[in-house]
Design a protein around this ligand. Structure first.
Ligand code: KIV
Ligand code: ZN
Length: 525
């Protein structure tokens, strides 16, 4: 077995909050980004790419805020090659302990001709100017050759040499369009590092997209070619088919030390938590068979496999569930479980609730157990997350009755508790969900716009809990996301809609903002 040394230390650069957030529909709120950044920091990620500061004021604010709260990791802000972009990124990361500006420019013939409409010599000039400007602001500068894997090798080498000479400390050669294959990518790094005379003055980095499903394989090949920084995202989210998944890269390195003798500083036992947090914040469910963090990643269904597992877990497991933060649980919850077992189970899942919250959660668990044969850990997590979110709410769902089916119109009769006062309406809609949301609107008029409505089943079976995510944009266009779970999809939909409204109201109260949401007298039923 080969030995590892500092020269084989891999820098983990997480871009969940930048490339990941660029996935269509994955926009996250400032609070969600801060929570993710703090978790990434505590799990030992080396560099957190916090956003693209020039993109919007919201992006700038979140990069600035993340720079303030992150304790150990370097914080990077992305910038195109223009002066304004670079200055804005420099300003956003200014408060970080170790700030990095990550600037990029396309170098492939197709990008230079059609996207940039620039001659290669002009691109080369701009590489030097942009890196020089960034280097005047911070000591830690990364330069990326966008569409690097479709760039002519001579030109790529000239750009890399110029960027290093201008002060770049990290050189990233991204596979922007997910086009390369492992042997080619490994050879590319080897060639560039051999041909560029000052290549020893910079750390080389991989950044792989997953258009052909090769992002992680290409990432590992890039490391073998000499790259020592890996750009990746939690759950592999990112532009189009996504980026290389951080959890897969980390576990490949840890599990196959015999052939991949490289080290990284990530605490793998936090991978599952990070996956759940990012999935919840981005409203992107994790596919069941996703490597490492999918719910089936450690599930054994067939009799032959179960038999083997009982004899020795190594028969069908190449890593333990505990090593990635999946708890092997023994307590099975059902309608006969008591308060004590419930409390112990929640502890096992990482929750410490106060007496009142525990009592409420226990009551809801009993209701659920009455309606549902098996109560899985995921059901309990959804239930308790809901409980925690609901504690401070001003608007609560009291009751809901729906008339649906082929004989339309669909009707929702709803009672809400608004600041302690019950109000009831009946509203119709284009389908039962629309009727529910119209009923909420009738009791609590508001200007917030629905940006996302997503349903997925927490567990299997027709009695599964539905988890609904609702994202609303408030009158200023700021997003809030809320989730709720219930075996009744319409109850979950209404509760998650109310959750988002409650968040907007509490933000308005916190910021002393305008009363854009207010309750009215009930409409006649
Ligand atoms: O995919 C890509 O090329 C990028 C760059 C900005 C690094 O995300
Ligand atoms: Zn990318």
């Amino acid at each position: 077995m080969s030995t590892t040394s500092d020269a084989n230390r891999i820098i983990i650069f997480d871009t969940t909050l930048r490339d990941g957030e660029q996935s269509p529909g994955a926009t996250m709120t400032l609070e969600e980004k801060l929570e993710i950044a703090q978790l990434l920091d505590s799990m030992g990620v080396d560099v957190i790419e916090a956003g693209f500061p020039i993109a919007s004021n919201g992006d700038f604010e979140s990069v600035a805020e993340i720079s303030r709260v992150v304790k150990n990791a370097q914080v990077a802000g992305l910038a195109r090659a223009g002066q304004k972009d670079i200055d804005r990124a420099g300003e956003a990361v200014r408060h970080a302990k170790n700030p990095r500006i990550h600037t990029f420019l396309s170098t492939s013939p197709v990008h230079m001709k059609y996207k940039l409409q620039m001659e290669p010599e002009k691109v080369l000039d701009l590489v030097v100017q942009s890196v020089t400007r960034a280097r005047n602001l911070v000591a830690n500068v990364e330069w990326s050759a966008e569409d690097g894997t479709r760039t002519e090798i001579d030109f790529l080498c000239r750009c890399v040499e110029a960027a290093i000479k201008a002060g770049a400390t990290t050189i990233n050669i991204p596979d922007t369009v997910g086009y390369t294959v492992p042997d080619e990518y490994r050879a590319l790094f080897k060639t560039v590092r051999e041909r560029v005379p000052n290549s020893d003055k910079a750390i080389f980095s991989v950044h792989c997209h997953n258009d052909l499903g090769l992002a992680v394989a290409n990432t590992l090949a890039g490391i073998e070619g000499g790259a020592r920084q890996v750009e990746c995202t939690i759950n592999g989210i990112g532009e189009r088919a996504g980026n290389a998944a951080l959890e897969e890269v980390v576990m490949a390195l840890k599990t196959r030390q015999d052939v991949l003798p490289y080290l990284c500083g990530v605490d793998a036992t936090m991978l599952m938590r990070a996956s759940k947090l990012v999935s919840a914040a981005s409203s992107f469910p994790v596919q069941y068979n996703k490597a490492i963090v999918g719910r089936n990643a450690f599930a054994h269904e067939s009799g032959i496999h179960q038999d083997g597992m009982l004899k020795n877990t190594q028969t069908y497991e190449i890593m333990t569930p505990e090593s990635v933060g999946v708890l092997k649980t023994s307590l099975v919850m059902g309608k006969h479980s008591g308060r004590h077992a419930f409390r112990e189970k929640l502890k096992e899942l990482g929750y410490e609730l106060g007496e009142n919250a525990l009592e409420d959660a226990f009551r809801r668990f009993k209701d659920l157990a009455d309606r549902k044969k098996h109560v899985y850990d995921e059901d309990l997590e959804a239930l308790v997350d809901d409980e925690i979110d609901n504690a401070q709410d001003r608007i609560k769902l009291v009751s809901l009755t729906i008339v649906a089916g082929t004989q339309g119109p669909q009707l929702a009769t709803m009672t809400l508790d608004v600041d302690g006062k019950h109000q009831t309406v009946q509203a119709s809609g284009n389908g039962p969900v629309d009727a529910c949301f119209n009923a909420v609107h009738a009791i609590v008029p508001h200007e917030a716009k629905l940006e996302l409505y997503q349903v997925h089943a927490v567990t299997e079976g027709t009695d599964a809990q539905a988890e609904v995510s609702v994202r609303l944009a408030d009158a200023e266009g700021r997003m809030v996301t809320a989730r709720a779970a219930d075996p009744d999809t319409l109850v979950a939909s209404t509760r998650s809609y109310l959750g988002a409204l409650n968040k907007i109201m509490s933000r308005a109260a916190r910021l002393g903002g305008g009363e854009r949401i207010h309750s009215t007298e009930p409409m006649s039923v």
